[in-house]
Design a protein around this ligand. Structure first.
Ligand SMILES: [Ca+2]
Ligand SMILES: [Ca+2]
Length: 201
């Protein structure tokens, strides 16, 4: 009970910034399953969230029984003290370490396991927590963490907004119309991981 209260206090006072590109279709594709401590949520409703980039993974995920897990020292500017974080090799193979405030180091690229991002954005494989054992992701399951990737569905949504005035989702520079300036911005993101708040899914 006390531990839970402390976690809630941590949630209130540490208030990690929300930046995430998880569960692009809002289908609940945001969970890993830890064999000993239950669900790990990569898109918690308050605070934190996981942001995948082509060279690293930043942000915070929430363990229902273990509190915050920090995916990268850049989140709170502590890299000069202890340099750690989840690395993406650009092809979706993750490695490196996350830090759980209550459970210590979590290795996302252990020798027997390792977490990968599949072509549809879904996570597969296993991470290893030094104090909590295996954390499982499963690309064949709807619950597994899915990362937003800019693909044909975004292009279709972009096209349907073409030359529209006002502020439709494809108005990426937030001026008055969807035009070539927006398309340039769109093309820059093609097949890349979505930025935080990507509007075209
Ligand atoms: Ca969600
Ligand atoms: Ca525009």
């Amino acid at each position: 009970m006390i531990k839970r209260l402390l976690m809630m206090a941590g949630l209130i006072f540490s208030t990690p910034a929300l930046a995430e590109n998880i569960d692009p279709h809002n289908t609940g594709a945001q969970y890993g399953w830890a064999e000993n401590v239950g669900w790990i949520n990569a898109e918690p409703s308050v605070g934190g969230g996981m942001q995948v980039q082509s060279d690293k993974v930043t942000g915070w995920v929430w363990g229902e029984n273990i509190g915050w897990i920090n995916l990268h020292c850049q989140n709170n500017g502590t890299c000069a003290t202890v340099n750690y974080g989840v690395v993406n090799d650009g092809a979706g193979h993750l490695s490196g370490f996350a830090w759980g405030e209550n459970v210590g180091w979590i290795n996302v690229g252990p020798a027997h396991g390792g977490v990968t991002i599949e072509s549809d954005g879904r996570l597969s494989g296993w991470a290893w927590g030094e104090n909590i054992g295996w954390i499982r992701f499963d690309g064949s399951r709807t619950w597994s963490v899915r990362v937003c990737i800019v693909t044909l569905e975004d292009l279709a949504n972009f096209a349907s907004d073409w030359l529209e005035a006002g502020n439709p989702p494809a108005n990426l520079n937030e001026d008055r119309q969807v035009d070539l300036i927006d398309f340039d911005r769109f093309a820059e993101k093609w097949l890349d991981y979505c930025p935080d708040g990507w509007p075209l899914k």
